[in-house]
Design a protein around this ligand. Structure first.
Ligand SMILES: Cc1ncc(COP(=O)(O)O)c(C=O)c1O
Length: 474
């Protein structure tokens, strides 16, 4: 008998490289990826037998942690139950998942319906498709430094060049295939730490209190042609861009898009459920989007699933026509079982409130790091989603990687020294997993079930790693 896949002594990460297509970095730069053999709660065990605290939650996916017993049991039960039902067939799991999502997590009654998909990228595609159908307009405007996925339209809507590079056009605008790409600008990122408009918050507001980046966004809409724009897509909290907008930004974007008849698509692949201390990040601002997309934490990534929730008006509109838009895996019983179990755990274990409370535990610790480490210029976040900003020269604000979030390794070449990568590496040496989505930041996004003791372990490792970074400073 041929032996397929018996461990041959080398770590899985090494063996994987023989068979998988590289999508991150050329193999010649690969200094040994990590292999995980098992995981539970907030911990993973590596192929080398090390237990590590998962403070980045595998790209911010792990709401209820690795292998939550209730989620595992629900999946076992689902496997023993209905294996599959086609997209157009109703089943109990799909109804329960939809009802929970709309009635429990959207908190006000603005939401009218949901379409299940299998990933965040598909959620983006679905949202764009629905926005175009509803408005009968072709263009989706996106924002600089946003990230919306890897499929064609989703990556065209992505403003982080390093995450978009060869997979799409350079435009910040998405046109229906096969229309030619037009060089419309993307709306500016509300990145106050390094304002693309060279303004400084809060002096950037005009006499009416409107932020300069919102005024500039209106200018982008007008230069594209308002009557051509179906939707404006944003990621309002951290993500690949790793920053938080000022508080006024989201309500002002809501007002602007409503006034101009443009749908606001809120991509919450990272913002929820529960991660920021509300079910979804938009709920911090007392406004509702027209369309909200989600994935990752929707099932705590135990099963691939995403969703696109639309307003009542859009849902009624979708009910009024024949769309013949099928998807083989939409509403798959396993995905729905995972969504139901995941949301019920969040409800029963009060994880929305818990994320808020733990955020209040983390915040003073981060504040103290800013005060003690010259290499830290600030931090942003709430709940269990935080980014730490790293700086080379605190006096001038000079960054280690001057292009910062706009450094595109595929074009600009490898980064000589990434402080975010350095801190993540130092933390890994101390048994803590972290991630840096942009070269001058590190992101913290642990499972929502993390205890204060576990957070303490993680924050202590970060503190020690920052000691080491301080020593690297010129
Ligand atoms: C904000 C955001 N949108 C969309 C996506 C794409 O999701 P997926 O990788 O599930 O297709 C991601 C993935 O990281 C994301 O962070």
């Amino acid at each position: 008998m041929t032996d397929h896949g018996t461990p041959d002594g080398s770590a899985p990460a090494v063996r994987e490289r023989d068979y998988l297509i590289n999508v991150y970095q050329p193999k010649k730069y690969d200094d040994g990826s990590m292999s995980i053999v098992s995981a539970d709660g907030c911990w993973v065990t590596t192929a080398g037998g090390h237990r590590m605290l998962d403070l980045h939650g595998q790209h911010m996916c792990l709401g209820v942690g690795h292998r939550h017993p209730r989620l595992v049991a629900a999946l076992h039960q689902a496997v023993d139950g209905l294996d599959y039902a086609a997209d157009f067939v109703a089943h109990e799991g799909k109804t329960r998942a939809a009802k929970l999502l709309i009635e429990q997590t959207m908190t006000t009654d603005w939401a009218g319906g949901v379409r299940f998909v299998s990933s965040g990228s598909e959620g983006t595609e679905m949202a764009m498709l629905i926005a175009r159908l509803y408005t009968n307009r072709p263009i989706i405007v996106t924002r600089d430094l946003g990230f919306h996925g890897w499929t064609a339209a989703a990556s065209a809507a992505t403003g982080v060049a390093s995450r978009r590079n060869v997979f799409t056009t350079e435009s910040g605008e998405v046109r229906p295939v096969p229309s030619p790409h037009a060089p419309y600008p993307a709306a500016p990122a509300p990145l106050c730490g390094s304002c693309p408009l060279n303004q400084s918050y809060p002096n950037c507001k005009d006499a009416d209190g409107t932020l300069a980046c919102v005024t500039a966004t209106e200018r982008v809409f007008r230069s594209v042609g308002v009557e051509q724009i179906a939707g404006f897509i944003t990621e309002i909290w951290h993500g690949a861009g790793a920053f938080l907008p000022p508080d006024e930004y989201v309500p002002q974007i809501r007002e602007l898009t409503s006034r101009l008849g443009i749908l606001w698509i809120d991509d919450e692949s990272i913002g929820g459920p529960a991660r920021t201390g509300h079910w979804w990040a938009f709920q911090h601002y007392g406004v509702n989007p027209d369309i909200v997309t989600m994935a990752k934490g929707l099932t705590s990534a135990a099963v691939p699933a995403g969703a696109c929730v639309v307003s009542r008006e859009i849902s009624d509109f979708m009910d009024s026509g024949w769309w013949a838009h099928g998807s083989t895996f939409s509403g798959h019983p396993l995905a729905c079982a995972a969504i139901v179990a995941n949301l019920e755990i969040i409800l029963d274990e009060n994880l929305v409130e818990r994320a808020g409370e733990l955020g209040r535990f983390v915040e003073p610790r981060l504040q103290s790091m800013v005060e003690r480490h010259p290499s830290v210029s600030g931090f942003t976040g709430r709940g269990l989603l935080w980014g730490i900003e790293l700086v080379k020269d605190p006096a001038t604000g000079e960054r280690w990687v001057p292009a910062d979030r706009r450094h595109n390794q595929a074009v600009d070449g490898p980064i000589e020294f990434s402080p975010g990568g350095f801190v993540a590496h130092e933390c890994a040496m101390r048994g803590v997993l972290l991630f840096n989505y942009s070269p001058n930041t590190v992101t913290i996004a642990p499972p929502l079930l993390i205890t204060e003791e576990e957070l303490e372990i993680g924050l202590t490792a970060i503190d020690e790693a920052l000691d080491q970074l301080d020593k690297q400073m010129p």
